[in-house]
Each structure stands twice: as C-alpha cells, then as structure tokens.
Design a protein around this ligand. Structure first.
Ligand code: GLU
Length: 526
C-alpha cells in the first residue's frame, strides 16, 4: 500500500482566508488521521501576483492555527523531504520535461493564436450567445510546416492540452460521490505559456505525481479543474490521487461570501483582534464537518482521531460570526485566570498602566481580579482591553445607557451618591457580614489584593477598599439603603453610572471592590 501523502498548495497571491485555512486543515487532519505526510507546496507560477509578503502571511496563518507541515518551506535545505523543492518556480525543469512528453504523444499542441484573436473570439461567442465559450481549436491540427512558418515569422507558441471532444469522464469524489462530466463543455486549455511558465492545471498534476500525492482535498471551485487534471494524469500514464472537493463557505444567509463578509477576513486579522487560535481552529473545523451531534468543542487531537473526509457535508457551510464568537468565549472560560491575563496581555498594553501590567509586579493580584471579572463576559481577547479602561481613568462623560439611568433618578441621585461616599469613607464592617463567598463574589475567587498585602507587598493604589469582599460591600450597601428608605434596585443604577460611565459591566460590587475606596469616593462626589 502506498503511504498516504496529502498537500496544501496555496498560491501566494493574497492572504490566507478561512476557506484556505479550512482546506489546509482538512488535508492536514486527514494526513494525520491516516498516519501520512502533509506537504506544503507553494504554487507561485503567477509571477505578477505572487509575493513574498503573501507567502509569509500564509505561513504565519498556518503556524498560528497549529497546522504544521512535514515537507515544504522553512524546513531546511531540502524542505524536510525528498520531493522538493516545494516552490513551483524552482521546478520548471520538471514541467518542461512533462510538456515535451505530452507534445510527443500528441496530448499537447502548439498554439500560435494571439491574445487579440482570443479576445475577439470570446466577444464573438458572447455576442452569438454561443453555449460554448472557450478556445475553438484553430491550432489543434497544425502541421509541422505550419508551425515552422509561424516560428519563422517570429511567433512563439503557448502549449495547449488537447481535450477529448466528446468523452464522458466518470469520477468518484470522496465527498460528492460518483459524478459524470462530458468533456464537450471544456476547451483545450493552456498548459504552458509562451515564456515557458506552466499554468495551474498542468503544474499541479506534474507535482502531484512527483510528490506522490495520494489524496487531494480542495475547494469545490476546482471540481472541473479536477476533470482536466484527470486527463493529464492519464496522458502521463499515472494513476490520479483520490479527490475530495469541499463545498463553498457561505455567509449566514446562505449566499456566497462577498468582500464585506466577516468570513473573508484574513486569518491573521482574527489573530490581531484577539480570537484565540484554538477556538478559530475548532470553528473552522466545523465549517462542513461535525465532530459529534452533541459536541462542538474539541481539541486538535480529538479532531484528528475523529476526522473522516467522507463525513464532510455536500452542502455549503455557513459562516456564522456569532457562533465563532461563542466558540471563542467557550475557550476563554476554560482557561485559568492566569492564562487569561497572559494571553490578553497584548491587548491590555496601553490600557492598563505599565506598573500594573508588569509581570511579577506588586499589582498582579489586582490585575487577576480585574481579568477574572471579565472572563465570563468576553469572547475575544481584545475585549479585555476594550472593556476595562474605566478602571484607570475617571469617566469624563456618561454613555447613553448611563445617562438614561441617571436621569431616571436625577433629583435624588446626587444625595444618594454623597451618602455612599461617606459610607465608604467610614468603612466599618458590621459584624453581620457574610463569612462565606456568595455567588456574586467572583472577584475574590483569587487571592484578593489584601492577600498580596499580607505577603508584604506594597498595597496597590486602587485596592484600598475598606471591605474584604464585594459581597461585604453589597451587604453594607443594602443596610445603608434600608436605613434611608432608598430602594436598593434604584440606588445601584446611578452608582454604576458614575463609577464606570456606562450601564454595563461586571457586578456593581465587584466594580466598587476593584476601584477601591479613594477612587469610588472621588467619582461618587463628582
Ligand atoms: N493553487 C491552487 C489554489 O490555491 C491549488 C488548488 C489545488 O489544491 O489543486 O487554489
């Protein structure tokens, strides 16, 4: 039995989108599931559009998702395998040789038609509403003398593949099942351009043969290319690999992705926005494939163990941003708070003061408490940075929600807030404070800032809260409201508004606890 060998063959002409990442992932997973090799081949024959920048973006995107290759770029001189080089522009000799064989066997021919003639032909076919749009075969049967005459006139040929005119090709696609295509609808396509550079369908087959590829998983848009390629395999006397053409990714409404759809973002844009890579990996895996009816969250290893290409669906997979966000949240919640702090660090920079952010600094407990308050509330890591600015700078204005809440109790609110400031300033704990940690008491599931103090650290500036726990502050505040005959449910809204500038965020008493006495008094009095 031949060893399974799969490949991902991107053209470095743009970023790695989710669709490309999915193709890479399914090839990778199948290679790993079958115990075979996963090859990364760079199809860079479109010299005008291929760039090193795109290549780097693709490689970085794959690395970020944890899709590693056994052979290909950046794996030492020979690319980690015996089938290199892994860039098509470094393999031109192989294509030349194969093209000569196909010319000799009559499967290829020289075409001297000029670009102008081909453009006219296309216009004509369109104007006549011809059912067939494509090359009309004018040079298909040129004699050696006719070719020589063209060359003598200084014309160089493109090489075209001679397609059978009326043959039914039967293919078994691992996803689409048995399909028949009549070659009538396919024209004689250009294999090698005048400048000697091969085009995709030809170079791809030469490489799939030379690299001993056994399975090809790629997007459905290549299905008809697959028919052309099968004929090249046949012409070169080689068995074709097994094909699996995966359905398109559609938008949430079931339509083709447009340029503005979030589904067409580059993988690295997701990275920069703070989507956890393992969540993005997990989500992409589900675009057309299912792990289990009752489970959507799984690890890379679990995917490999369960992956069968036959189980990829035939219908287009819908890209659902909400589900991707949900998936990210699932991962964020599985981390320890320390992991959350570490992984959100790049997005905390610039929001959290450097001395608070400094690893091993005096404020680590406080920082952990802050992050812990948001762990249940964020889905992507940049949200940590986006949501916590109010902790470090007094709000200069109230957002719409907060303003509404203030207006509702407009006359009484200033009086309540002044009294609350006095309460904090006094800061005496009544003996009835709950000793246990209530459900609302999430902020202190970590060593609290006072714990830091007990170990001899300098007390962080904003953790001078006179109470031990958010629950204790809440109990005190309820008692305070009772005494004054204020409805607790009314009181909390203006308080949150002035403390945070918004009407959303963590539990109000987590807020008070995190801000600390001085800051709360200042903001309440203001
Ligand atoms: N370079 C082609 C692409 O990026 C590869 C298609 C294939 O896998 O054969 O679409």
């Amino acid at each position: 039995m031949t060893a399974p060998r799969l490949r991902f063959a991107p053209s470095p002409t743009g970023p790695l989108h989710l669709g490309g990442a999915r193709t890479a992932m399914y090839n990778w997973a199948l290679a790993r599931a079958l115990g075979g090799a996963f090859v990364l081949r760079i199809e860079d024959t479109d010299c005008e559009r291929s760039t090193d920048a795109s290549l780097q973006i693709i490689l970085e995107g794959l690395r970020w998702l944890g899709i590693d290759w056994d052979e290909g770029p950046e794996l030492g001189d020979c690319g980690g395998g015996a089938h290199g080089p892994y860039f098509q522009m470094q393999r031109l000799g192989l294509y030349r040789e194969a093209a000569e064989r196909l010319l000799a066997s009559g499967h290829a021919y020289r075409c001297y038609c000029t670009p102008e003639r081909l453009a006219e032909l296309r216009e004509e076919q369109k104007a006549n509403k011809s059912p067939f749009i494509g090359y009309d075969g004018r040079c298909r049967d040129l004699t050696a003398e006719q070719c020589a005459a063209h060359e003598a006139a200084g014309r160089q040929p493109n090489l075209r593949f001679r397609m059978p005119t009326d043959r039914v090709i039967q293919v078994h696609d691992l996803i689409r099942g048995d399909v028949e295509v009549n070659t009538r609808q396919l024209d004689d396509w250009v294999m090698v351009r005048i400048d000697g550079v091969p085009l995709y369908n030809f170079a791809c087959v030469v490489d799939d043969i030379a690299m001993a590829i056994t399975h090809v998983v790629r997007g459905e848009e290549h299905f008809l290319n697959g028919i052309k390629q099968l004929l090249v395999f046949e012409a070169l006397g080689h068995e074709a690999p097994r094909y699996a053409h995966i359905p398109l990714i559609l938008n949430a409404k079931g339509a083709k992705l447009s340029k503005r759809d979030p589904g067409v973002k580059s993988v690295l844009e997701y990275r920069d926005l703070g989507y956890p890579p393992e969540a993005v990996f997990n989500y992409i895996a589900l675009l057309g494939w299912g792990f289990a009816a009752d489970r959507d969250v799984f690890t890379r290893d679990e995917m490999v163990a369960a992956f069968k290409i036959e189980n990829v669906g035939k219908a287009g997979a819908r890209f659902d941003l909400e589900k991707l966000h949900w998936m990210c949240g699932e991962y964020v919640r599985r981390w320890t708070v320390e992991q959350c702090v570490e992984r959100s660090r790049p997005w905390l920079e610039g929001v959290v003061p450097a001395d608070v952010l400094a690893p091993g600094g005096a404020h680590q407990g406080w920082l952990r408490n802050i992050v812990a308050c948001y762990q249940e509330r964020v889905q992507i890591l940049s949200e940590f940075g986006d949501k916590i600015g109010w902790l470090f700078a007094d709000p200069t204005e109230l957002d719409d929600g907060a303003q509404k809440k203030m207006q509702k109790h407009g006359e009484l609110a200033p009086e309540w807030l002044r009294a609350f400031a006095e309460l904090l300033a006094a800061g005496n704990a009544p003996p009835s404070w709950p000793a246990d940690r209530s459900a609302a008491d999430r902020a202190v599931r970590l060593p609290s800032p006072s714990g830091g103090q007990a170990q001899g650290d300098a007390p962080p500036p904003a953790t001078d809260c006179p109470f031990d726990t958010p629950a204790a502050i809440e109990a005190q505040t309820r008692a305070f409201c009772d005494q004054r005959g204020i409805k607790f449910g009314h009181f909390v809204h203006p308080l949150r508004a002035v403390l945070t500038g918004t009407d959303r965020g963590p539990g109000l008493f987590d807020v008070v606890f995190l801000l600390g006495k001085e800051t709360c008094i200042r903001r309440a009095n203001k």
